[in-house]
Design a binder for this molecule. Structure first.
Ligand code: ARG
Length: 457
């Protein structure tokens, strides 16, 4: 295919260099946005009498024809074209002749690619947001079901205090809710039109940038032409937001992997979202969770590559920036793929509440409550803490639990102990009494679900 820039250069480009330079493999997915942008551009050129309305009509009809032929499979994107902008413009000119050659008036591929990328990502981010919302709703549904399933809460992966599975799952719903907010913020900041900045320094034609931006649904115009063509902050912001989505999915994946192990057995993953081993017949492997954890590094890599690509670039456009699309597209593809399996993986897993409760019964997760019992009878917390620690050590040495330690053993430590201490350190009591705002009780889980659903609407 001929170059858009054939003119001054008369020597032919080396074949390997030509292929190296090509971005069609990556940017062909923006073909719709490229056509949409070109239609708006033709409308603006004609409204401003820069081209005739007859030429604009021929261009718009031609572009719509290209789109419907692509959709119908009558036209294939040429993999030899330099990029999608080249392909669309050259196909148009091959089809309609002279008017096609007028489309690129008062435009450059520099503002065109900035435009296409913003338009494409604007749509793309909505898809990811829908997947995130579905994931959050799944977490809410499962949390509702597990609102009263007592399990140990952990710090340092050591059993700490009682929580519920519902409360634990909702922690991830809150993370995802913030992710949703970050994507929305980044998307809003991205919705600024660069088209009309041209190559870098605007144009001498009497264009109407505002009209073109309105046609394309932008909220504002890039107010500096150099910045307009060279700003890729939006890619970085989106990649950062997507990196955090992956951080959260990866942490959840890690827990699902632990919980589905024989050591924990708090959950069983559905066969639909786990695999077997080719040699060990007893195995059921949490591959989807592991892959999600594993793919997190890819998205961080995309973010880091974007930042590094930008950091040394002088204004305005530099070809380095062609790398942006492969990176940000990969980040979106990866996150979407992970959300697509993670939501139903959570949705279909089986809870094993007896095992959660069993784990909650061991590990002294009611030790804080025992100390609090003494505090309730007038002992300073620090003294109660020390005394409880000694009782725990006594239990560990004799292989018993606080629940099973006889009253005499308690009384020997402090006269403040009475038979009602057993009710105070009962696991259910310990959970239900944690009524502070945002705590782990079933009521709190219900409240959180309501809060999350309200925000989602
Ligand atoms: N394929 C290029 C990109 O993705 C389009 C812009 C080319 N502009 C240029 N001056 N070479 O960045």
């Amino acid at each position: 295919m001929a170059k858009l820039w054939a003119g001054m250069a008369d020597g032919a480009i080396d074949a390997a260099a030509e292929d190296f330079n090509r971005s069609i493999r990556i940017d062909s997915r923006m073909v719709r946005e490229d056509i949409e942008g070109s239609i708006a551009h033709a409308k603006m050129l004609s409204a401003q009498n820069i081209i005739t309305s007859a030429d604009a009509e021929a261009i718009i009809d031609g572009l719509n024809g290209i789109l419907s032929d692509l959709d119908a499979g009558r036209l294939q994107i040429d993999p030899e074209a330099e990029d999608i902008h080249t392909f669309v413009e050259q196909t148009l000119t091959a089809r309609i002749g002279e008017p096609g050659k007028r489309l690129h008036t008062a435009r450059s591929r520099n503002d065109q690619v900035a435009l296409d990328t913003r338009l494409y990502l604007r749509g793309r981010v909505e898809k990811t947001k829908e997947l995130l919302k579905a994931f959050i709703l799944t977490l809410c549904d499962r949390a509702e079901e597990a609102r009263a399933m007592v399990m140990p809460g952990y710090t340092h992966l050591q059993r700490a205090q009682p929580v519920t599975m519902g409360h634990h799952l909702l922690a991830y719903a809150h993370m995802a809710l913030r992710d949703l907010g970050r994507l929305t913020d980044a998307s809003r900041r991205m919705n600024v039109s660069p088209i009309g900045c041209c190559a870098l320094a605007g144009t001498t034609y009497p264009t109407d940038r505002r009209y073109e931006a309105e046609l394309l649904g932008f909220d504002a115009l890039a107010e500096n032409s150099l910045d307009g063509v060279s700003d890729r902050d939006f890619c970085v912001e989106l990649a950062a937001a997507l990196s955090l989505v992956m951080t959260h999915l990866s942490r959840l994946s890690e827990e699902l992997i632990l919980w589905s192990s024989w050591e924990f057995r708090f959950i069983r993953l559905s066969d639909a979202y786990s695999t077997g081993s080719s040699i060990m017949p007893q195995k059921k492997n949490p591959d989807m969770a592991e892959l999600t954890r594993g793919k997190t590094g890819r998205v961080y890599g995309d973010l880091m590559a974007l930042l590094t690509m930008l950091k040394g670039l002088p204004l305005a456009y530099n070809k380095d920036m062609q790398e942006d699309k492969e990176l940000i597209f990969d980040a979106f593809d990866t996150v979407d793929a992970c959300l697509t399996v993670c939501a139903p993986m959570v949705g279909t897993m089986t809870f094993l509440p007896e095992n959660m409760r069993h784990a909650a019964a061991a590990g002294f997760i009611n030790a804080t409550d025992l100390a609090d019992y003494l505090v309730g009878r007038g002992m300073p917390f620090r003294t109660a803490y020390k005394l409880t620690g000694e009782l725990v050590a006594q239990c560990t040495a004799s292989g018993t639990t606080l629940e099973d330690l006889p009253l005499e053993a308690y009384k020997a430590k402090s006269e403040l102990f009475d038979a009602d201490l057993y009710a105070a350190i009962n696991i259910d009591t310990c959970l239900l009494r944690r009524t502070s705002h945002a705590g782990p009780t079933p009521e709190s889980v219900e409240r959180q679900i309501e809060y999350i659903k309200e925000i989602l609407e």
